[in-house]
Design a binder for this molecule. Structure first.
Ligand code: PLP
Length: 219
């Protein structure tokens, strides 16, 4: 996977170290996370709070950097604010406010990405592209959050050309956020990471291509 990411960065004329790998470990047991940790992987992404909480407790002796990448219900923000260092899918101010209010004082600010619905699908979560600037500005004013950038989960496309269009849109929206310095684009998964890296991804979120097929279907 590192080879694949570095190759894609080189093709794009980017520094390989500018693209970070988030290992998406949803549905994978703690032992497999520990095994990747032994190989040097530090950042892991989880989608389901209850499942993640079990693994975080089990692996608390390892200095893992946990990222929450799933949909967020407003009554579940406290454990997220307490146990994760990043949250990628913030798409409402109410969620950002709760995460900020519930972030423990002893921890550094919680890093967040604003999720954007770049493909305009009615079923997808994410703020609409025309509302991104306002949400970024409002979230950036909250004391215990650091708004790092934007995240997207575009509809799957077969051609790299079509994949790039959604990712380019996210990059352009990030670049248009004047007044808040955003250093992060969380985009690209197992099947489209080359396109995402070509358009500027700084976190690629990879599950299947790292761990193999998930042991049980994602809920
Ligand atoms: C599951 C998931 C991924 C990883 O997907 P793969 O296709 O297995 O690489 C990335 N991002 C999010 C938000 C996910 O839910």
């Amino acid at each position: 996977m590192r080879e694949r990411i570095h190759g894609a960065a080189r093709v794009a004329g980017r520094e390989p170290s500018s693209v970070a790998l988030l290992a998406v470990s949803k549905t994978q047991p703690a032992e497999r996370i520990a095994a990747l940790f032994q190989l040097g992987q530090r950042s892991f992404g989880e989608n389901y709070l209850q499942e993640a909480a079990g693994k975080i407790a089990e692996l608390k002796f390892l200095p893992i950097d946990w990222h929450f990448i799933g949909p967020i219900q407003s009554n579940k923000t406290r454990p997220i604010a307490e146990s994760f260092s990043w949250v990628h899918g913030v798409d409402r101010l109410k969620i950002a406010e709760r995460l900020s209010a519930q972030r423990p004082e002893a921890l550094p600010p919680l890093n967040i990405c604003i999720q954007v619905n770049v493909s305009g699908e009615a079923s997808k979560s994410g703020v609409s592209p025309d509302a991104v600037g306002e949400l970024v500005a409002a979230a950036a004013a909250l004391p215990h959050l650091r708004v790092r950038g934007l995240m997207a989960l575009p509809a799957p496309e077969l051609s790299e050309h079509q994949q790039r269009a959604g990712f380019r849109r996210l990059r352009e929206l990030r670049d248009a956020c004047a007044g808040v310095a955003l250093d992060t684009l969380s985009m690209g998964m197992s099947d489209d990471l080359e396109a995402a890296i070509a358009e500027g991804a700084t976190w690629v979120r990879i599950g299947t291509a790292l761990f193999g097929p998930r042991p049980r279907p994602a809920e």
